[in-house]
Design a binder for this molecule. Structure first.
Ligand code: DC
Length: 259
């Protein structure tokens, strides 16, 4: 599994990475903050990459999947079926969600309740995928996402952030990895959080979720035409972050020149 606590520690230890790191170090403080989007399937490493990239850039982090997960959790707690589009949309409209970094963890709150752990179970993963297929739910959450990302200087991760939520984002990535590698990472991630899950079941769940997320009618998971495709199957977390940071630096300079 990726070790996100060691962020930045290896940034200058390899020739291949040196030039990218140097570009980032040379960026003047007045560089215009941009919107960076990272979309892709479950378990591709989006969360780890987005968190590390945001740290390195000094940007905020917006985990849009956590918002769908919060809707699924709230619906379940209120006895509302995930198939109830109107009911879930009403919940989404009223959702009082906020994020706060405590140490290395991006905590998620619904009202006063810290739901950081509760939204990460396999059950809520499936629920989030189901509620996210309802167009009225997506419409309700669009405003929240745009509000949280307003002003730029933000790394946004999800499924449609480069296509629908922030179509004018200056740096867009579509991060993927082989299905088996993604399942392996998810099992390790949950194990690190104290939850043991079966590899074969996880592989099935990832496959089901990807199919549902990619084939829904509204805002399906798809790479934006101007997104850079990144396959992380054979790359370390640091290598992926280095290459993304390099491209963001180029786009930041272009955006600053546009000012
Ligand atoms: O990234 P995640 O695994 O936390 O996302 C959970 C679900 O939320 C995912 O299966 C589909 C949905 N989602 C979405 O439809 N659009 C987004 N921008 C983010 C997540």
């Amino acid at each position: 599994m990726y070790n996100v606590t060691a962020h930045g520690a290896r940034a200058c230890d390899g020739h291949a990475r040196l030039s990218v790191w140097a570009i980032s170090c040379m960026m003047p403080d007045a560089m215009k903050p941009v919107v960076v989007t990272i979309d892709g399937p479950a378990g591709a490493g989006k969360s780890s990459v987005a968190k590390l990239l945001a740290r390195r850039l000094g940007y905020r982090l917006l985990d849009t999947g956590a918002i769908y997960r919060a809707v699924a959790l709230t619906a379940r707690d209120q006895g509302l079926a995930w198939t109830d589009a109107a009911g879930c949309a009403a919940l989404a409209h009223a959702l009082d969600i906020r994020f706060a970094f405590l140490g290395d963890t991006n905590h998620v709150y619904v009202g006063d309740r810290d739901v950081t752990q509760a939204i990460r179970t396999p059950e809520i993963s499936q629920g989030a995928s189901q509620v996210s297929a309802h167009p009225p739910v997506r419409a309700a959450l669009l405003d929240i996402q745009r509000r949280l990302g307003a002003g730029g200087g933000v790394v946004v991760e999800g499924r449609d952030t480069g296509t629908v939520v922030f179509p004018a984002a200056q740096a867009k990535f579509f991060l993927t990895a082989s299905e088996t590698e993604r399942a392996r990472r998810r099992v390790a991630e949950l194990a690190a959080a104290g939850t043991t899950v079966d590899y074969a079941a996880t592989l099935r769940e990832i496959s089901d979720r990807d199919r549902r997320d990619a084939t829904r009618d509204v805002a399906p998971m798809v790479a934006a035409p101007d997104a850079v495709l990144v396959d992380s199957s054979a790359q370390t977390l640091e290598e992926v972050v280095d290459s993304l940071a390099g491209l963001v630096a180029v786009r930041q300079r272009a955006a600053s020149g546009d000012q």
